[in-house]
Design a protein around this ligand. Structure first.
Ligand code: FES
Length: 572
């Protein structure tokens, strides 16, 4: 018996009411039930151009669900647009997850196809569906086209951050800046660099939560529709069999995801999302494995910001199927992918790489892992560095802190000629973690002070409890835990303190005596909550720290609790 049959099968007034409601929406179901109702969670929105290509895929998903013996039912979900939502879309990732979990729980649905693209929509949707255990696959909308600016091919994000620095140091005039704005309006689709959207799409494929071969297809490419159709069919088939995509998503799947994250030089945000998703599934996830597993994996994908090309180039080189083939025995073969075949089977039948964006293991972009996890007196519970986009000469560094206690203070002071800073300084931004901001915005790539930019400085050691965009770069230590707002050592740093980092040894230390730190800690007071009402209040009260993925403390799997608490199905 299908889950939805509890709503629609039968001869009483309750079942009739449910069938009438569905039929009134154009969804015909049999009196005896027997065909799975498959939701299409649609996050397309004009507030979020990254997700707009998803509108064009709904018909293909519907066709696939019907081909798989299911009944498609489309419903809207909130759209987390990275560019426009403030202070950050991350503040609402858990809300999207709750929305999807509760929609699936309260409606007669047997599975779901998750239409998501922009950064937080993919992990939010997967976290919500994972909490139900119903079969689900994510269908992404692809990366947007690239543009040309003064003869140079530009991708999303990375080029803007670089050219903003050029503008700040006076190398890009008003006309150029306006010209750039027109260029960057490249149309619909996700960031075409290795931002969080591309990273999470690729990792969804590796986790078996997207249909193989779909995650790098550019927006508007006709192949997207076929991928969407196959995803719909697969979810309907699984629902009929009473099986779930999440059943095969275990520790080995996550270890493979971490290996691939290193191979692609992916977004640091993925570390948080993987931790949160693993938490929803009750799967062990260790922050240190981001580093330890990665050290065996070469950086193979030449896409900005770790490389120089774009996601469409990776697709042309064979996408994830070819990448899996290059990684070969570095991956564990058992985990199932989204078509039900094992990773090992995919590796064995992988196409050869067919373009320069995917390197061979003999000639990688870099060796030894794209990420480092560091710990020490400044980050007892860990911090993350994307080594593949950092400056090698800054990986071991000792310098004096220049401290900003908020984003607003940093923006106000960073270009102040009186700021006591030089190229060896360590820029510190605190109060921007999951509780502090709240929502842990992407403020971690602190701008280089204008005076230093003009002197030719392009990178400095930067440290914060914030996140940064996957499109960002530099020697930027992120996600320091515990964060300043809950009394982490970051709250105790003062201007002029010495900080020592050694990325490859995994150390991040504040060189201040214990007695002095105890004195500062005794004087520290937690910040007042932003508000005592609404979502922000709930968020600040329950969000976990970065190593736990910034999920809510009440949304992990409680021991002995069924994953999906079924509602009583009776008169409404
Ligand atoms: Fe939406 Fe980058 S801003 S994917």
């Amino acid at each position: 018996m299908l889950r939805s049959d509890r709503w629609v099968s039968g001869d009483d007034e309750v079942a009739m009411e449910h069938r009438v409601a569905l039929l009134s929406a154009g969804v015909a179901v049999d009196r005896g039930g027997g065909r799975p109702l498959i939701g299409i969670a649609n996050s397309a929105s004009e507030l979020n151009p990254c997700n707009l290509p998803l509108k064009d895929l709904i018909g293909a998903v519907r066709a696939g669900i019907e081909a798989g013996g299911g009944v498609p039912v489309e419903f809207p979900v909130m759209s987390l647009g990275e560019d426009l939502m403030k202070p950050t879309a991350m503040l609402y990732r858990n809300l999207l997850a709750i929305e999807i979990e509760e929609t699936l729980r309260s409606y007669p649905l047997d599975g779901v196809v998750l239409l998501a693209n922009c950064d937080k929509t993919v992990p939010g949707a997967l976290m919500g569906a994972a909490s139900t255990g119903l079969p689900a696959l994510v269908v992404t909308g692809g990366a947007r086209p690239s543009c040309r600016f003064r003869g140079e091919r530009l991708g999303t994000g990375t080029a803007l951050w670089r050219l903003w620095d050029e503008r700040r140091r006076g190398a890009l005039d008003d006309a150029g800046w306006q010209e750039l704005e027109a260029c960057l309006a490249q149309g619909r689709g996700a960031c075409n660099t290795m931002g969080t959207a591309s990273t999470m799409a690729i990792l969804s494929e590796v986790l078996g939560l997207a249909f193989p071969g779909t995650s790098t297809i550019p927006a508007g490419d006709p192949r997207s529709a076929e991928g969407a159709r196959r995803a719909g069919r697969r979810v309907a088939q699984l629902a009929r069999l009473g099986e779930s995509t999440f059943a095969g998503c275990g520790e080995a799947s996550f270890r493979n995801a971490l290996r691939v994250l290193n191979a692609i030089g992916g977004s640091t945000n993925a570390v948080l999302h993987l931790a949160a998703l693993a938490g929803r599934l009750g799967v062990r996830f260790e922050l240190d494995e981001v580093d330890s597993l990665g050290r065996e994996v070469p950086l193979l994908v030449d896409v900005e910001p770790s490389g120089s090309r774009l996601v469409q180039d990776l697709d042309a080189a064979g996408g994830v199927p070819a990448l899996l083939g290059v990684l070969g025995e570095l991956l564990e073969p058992e985990p199932l992918l989204g078509d039900g075949r094992s990773t090992g089977a995919h590796v064995a039948s992988a196409p050869a790489p067919s373009g320069p964006a995917l390197r061979s293991r003999e000639a990688p972009l870099a060796a030894g892992g794209a990420f480092r996890v560091v710990r020490g007196t400044l980050a007892p519970d860990g911090a993350v560095l994307k080594r593949s986009s950092a400056s090698p000469e800054l990986l071991r560094h000792r310098g004096r802190a220049v401290v900003f206690r908020s984003y607003q203070e940093m923006r106000a002071r960073i270009d102040d000629p009186a700021l006591e800073v030089d190229a060896s300084s360590v820029l510190v931004l605190s109060g921007c973690g999951p509780v502090g901001a709240p929502g842990m915005p992407e403020w971690g790539m602190i701008p280089i002070p204008r005076r230093l930019l003009e002197a030719g400085v392009r990178d400095m050691v930067r440290i914060s409890d914030a996140r940064m965009s996957g499109t960002s770069y530099g020697t930027v230590y992120l996600h320091l835990a515990p964060e300043a707002a809950v009394g982490g050592p970051l709250a105790l740093v003062r201007d002029g303190d010495e900080i020592e980092v050694d990325a490859d040894s995994g150390r991040l230390d504040l060189l201040v005596g214990e007695e002095e730190l105890r004195r500062r800690a005794a004087a520290w007071r937690p910040p007042e909550p932003v508000t005592r009402r609404g979502w922000l209040s709930l968020y600040q009260a329950h969000v976990t720290q970065a190593p736990q993925g910034c999920d809510f403390d009440f949304l992990g799997p409680a021991a002995g609790e069924p994953r999906l608490v079924e509602p009583v199905v009776g008169r409404s």
